[in-house]
Write a protein that binds this ligand. Structure first.
Ligand SMILES: [Zn+2]
Length: 324
């Protein structure tokens, strides 16, 4: 089984591809487009499997298994995306294979330098025999116009949250899935990256608690002791941790604003609690303060100092906005 196969099979683009394959309307150069890199790569593989299956994309036959395991002799992939890798790829693409169709597969086409993409033009313009080129690309701007114009493009839309949740629960626990889904914007890749970066979830929880506890300056030292910046040895480790916190700040503030303005009706209890403690003017100002802190951190200001200043500024802006 291809990872997230069931999720991908529910998409409109899969249905369209299946229909085009079944009715033999598929062009010889397919470009699957999505910023969702994992979805894009897996769909490329699924399409290759579908084209080569001895039955009807069964997922069980030897051909399907070989595609899944990356050992099917009719699926040709470049070993590297540099000049030498592509030269080998082109040479291999002429080899005769014993199957109904030959697949040339590049699922991360955006990683090929523009000047190297030219090498592939002839292959795409003058396909040999029963060859289908499958291209996966996360950013269309990274592809030569001449190649784009020769390919039939299929875009993968963001996933429905419920579908994504169901698929992710096969691999991750529900606590992390629910947190990650809030910021994934329907992207499998974003959700997975967040969950594989467990400290992101921790920093997110820490920031929620910080905004909730930041009632007065008495808590300030407590928060600073808990944030862990002091335990980081190098400047870069401190910087990295602070940037994680700051991006969590951006997300949490956005959530509170969305809830306060009624854009979102249901949210976590802690967001509801924070919402009662900050008025809209404060939230908007805090959003700016966080952006300023991000900028200062990226400009290599002292992370301990930036964090302390941010908390002080939040207290101050909260005091001012609450009064006026
Ligand atoms: Zn099969």
């Amino acid at each position: 089984m291809i990872a997230y196969e069931n999720l991908l099979k529910k998409t409109r683009v899969y249905e369209t591809l299946k229909k085009d394959v079944d009715s033999k309307n598929l062009s010889h150069c397919i470009m699957l487009v999505s910023e969702d890199e994992i979805a894009c790569k897996n769909l490329c593989k699924l399409l290759a499997r579908m084209l080569l299956c001895e039955k009807d994309d069964c997922g069980m036959c030897k051909s399907c298994k070989d595609v899944e395991n990356g050992v099917h002799e009719a699926v040709i992939v470049p070993q590297a995306l540099n000049a030498d890798g592509l030269k080998d790829f082109i040479a291999t693409s002429y080899k005769v294979v014993d199957s109904k169709v030959k697949i040339l597969l590049i699922d991360n086409f955006q990683d090929i330098a523009l000047k190297e993409q030219n090498r592939l033009l002839k292959l795409i313009e003058e396909p040999v025999g029963n060859t289908i080129f499958i291209i996966g690309v996360t950013h269309l701007a990274a592809v030569l116009e001449t190649i784009k114009s020769r390919a039939t493009k299929y875009s993968i839309a963001p996933f429905e949250e419920n579908d994504l949740r169901r698929a992710l629960l096969d691999y991750y626990d529900s606590y992390n899935v629910d947190k990650a889904l809030k910021f994934a914007d329907g992207s499998l890749t974003k959700a997975i990256n967040m969950m594989d970066n467990i400290s992101f979830i921790d920093s997110y929880t820490f920031v929620q608690n910080t905004l909730n506890d930041l009632d007065n300056s008495a808590y300030l030292l407590d928060i600073i002791a808990k944030c862990g910046l002091k335990n980081k040895r190098t400047f870069n480790d401190k910087k990295e941790l602070l940037l994680k916190y700051l991006s969590a700040f951006e997300i949490v503030i956005k959530q509170v604003i969305e809830y306060k303005s009624g854009l979102v009706k249901e949210t976590e209890d802690i967001i509801k609690q924070i919402e009662t403690k900050y008025n809209m003017a404060t939230l908007v100002n805090v959003e700016d303060l966080v952006l300023k802190a991000v900028e200062n951190t990226q400009n290599n200001c002292d992370p301990d100092g930036v964090f302390y200043q941010l908390l002080m500024d939040i207290l101050e802006v909260r005091f001012k906005c609450q009064i006026s």
